[in-house]
Design a protein around this ligand. Sequence first.
Ligand code: BDP
Length: 701
Amino acid sequence: DNGYKLWLGYSKVTGRQLTDTYRQQLRYLIFPAASVQLNAARAELLTGLNAMLDLKPAEVKDIKGGQTVVVGTPQSLKALAITVPDSIGKEGYLIKKTLINKNQCILIVGNTDVGVLYGVFNFLKLIQTHRSINELNIADRPRLMYRVLDHWDNLNRTVERGYAGSSIWNWHKLPDIIDQRYIDYARANASVGINGSVVNNVNADALILSHEYLLKIKALADVFRTYGIRIYLSVKFSSPIELGGLKTADPLDPEVKKWWADKADEIYRYIPDFGGFLVKANSEGQPGPQRYGRSHADGANMLADALGPHHGIVMWRAFVYDNKVPDDRFKQAYNEFKPLDGKFEDNVIIQVKNGPIDFQPREPFHPLFGAMPNTPLMMEFQLTQEYLGFSTHLVYEAPLFAECLQADTYRYGKGTTVSRIIKGDFNRKLITGMTGVANIGSDLNWCGHPFAQANWYAFGRLAWNPDQSPANIAADWLRMTFNNDESFLSPVKKIMLQSRENTVNYMAPLGLHHIMGQSTHYGPGPWVDNAGRPDWNATYYHRADSVGVGFDRTNKGSDALAQYAPEVEANWGNLKSCPDEYLLWFHHLSWTYKMRSGRTLWDDVVWHYYAGVESVKQMGGAWDKLRGKTDPERFAEVKQLMALQLKEATTWRDACVLYFQTFSKMPIGPGYPKPEHDLAYYKNMKFYYVPGIGGNNYMTN
Ligand code: BDP
């Protein structure tokens, strides 16, 4: 198995009894399909049933002998007078065992065609995961409106921070050639409820809005539409200059406004359901409204006005920080955006990274969540493993996502989780959404590491409902992607659930952050102190000295903690209550500080680094025992990857421990194997090719 089929492999159901019970209940099918979406849903259902059960249900017009699957909307099933509850909304579905004219039927229905499509995928999931269908009554709907993948794909097909080959969009052959991958990509997204795709890098090339590229975008949009997915574009704020020949991109300039409005009209002529724009402005060298003395709201609203008449949205990123601002980078997005609360048009949503710095292995939740009651905030997660070992390390990210989503902001009292904020629980007028920076590329298995597919899958599931459990999502993914054998599932689920903490331990334990190799972000680089900007130096973040380590963000330091609700500030600001996980995010502590473990801080740092590597070793051992329990191809591939991960984890450990030891001057405790090399060796390691650095010069701007 080369992994291409993702979680939609539809492996044959094993076990005579189970197969028979399924078959008996799925004899007949009523599925009139007059739209492209219903047709796609129907094809998927037939493919799935055929592959899993060797079953081709007889297509009938009326319910005769029971055992009929009835699929559609009230409209497509007019003859049967089916009703669908309003409560499932526009994209929800109902899967229900019921009697129609005294005949046993399974209803898979939605209010819209796309709801039916989601219903079909979820019905297939029941069989893929060997659930009983004897009694069914599932009503489900997405809790967020915009569930979007962001591709950081460049027009030359490199992928910024992409570790799975090149871009899946073949711009050269588009619009004429429609690669089967585009269709399978859309199917996979629809199967988990993802309904949007931004196809190009946030460090955008103005060319994407040219006539030639819009034709290519239209071709992709036509594919995506069949699966309920809208296409979005990252746009460069200075496009009116580069593409339109204007002298300025000032958002208040009438000509600039007109240029964008005309451009929007043009796009909607090709793509009537175009989703909208994603904008990275005044960030890491990208142009933006501040060049003209205007605010982020001025910039976003101008684009919102252009898209508004067509029902498009603007996703405006809050990822801004500036080395000329003499303040903790942690605080800058909040300081910039909080005063703009309520000043954005209704079709603007502010995209906020999960944490205040930058997709680190562990971050506290971003203080903007809960701080802008009158502004829609869209969660931005990163699926591609820029800071999590690229695509060679097995890291199941759902626990990272859930940790942020379930964090309590206390903004409306206890229980005000980030999840409730982004769902709009406290302001029903707001649009809602979640986005994930895609980890998809041209590799046969899409994501580089067979287990990285789980992050794409889990993202979709959490965007649909942010309160689902990482363990359940992992179990479903494993069953659908590998098999339903408990003796495989349970050890592998354990590996997955532990994997993120392993990586935190061998990379950046106890709240260390941003200590990776400069600009490539590959491997350890805690010594980096000469990057282009101070706030790109590792030393800026860990602040190690002869006394101790960590960034004091209490009121004695940068006071970033004051950006949180008082309860959170008190909790993390106080050493008695601040969890170990966040310690060095908020405190500078002496090397001899006594930890909860009873060890000194230094010994605890060492303990975590060694524990991280040890658990990677154990993970490898656990995997080895599973030989024969899955296909030999993926077994062997994962085995090799785990060996490489162990090697890299060991490098991380040894380099970091040796580096921090130059400050602590304390020994690596007895019983730990000594690092293989000295610090100079790790500092001098050279990598002549590191994937993920694309064609854009975001680093030098
Ligand atoms: C950083 C990446 C950089 C992205 C930036 C962003 O290193 O490549 O352009 O995030 O999110 O983490 O805009």
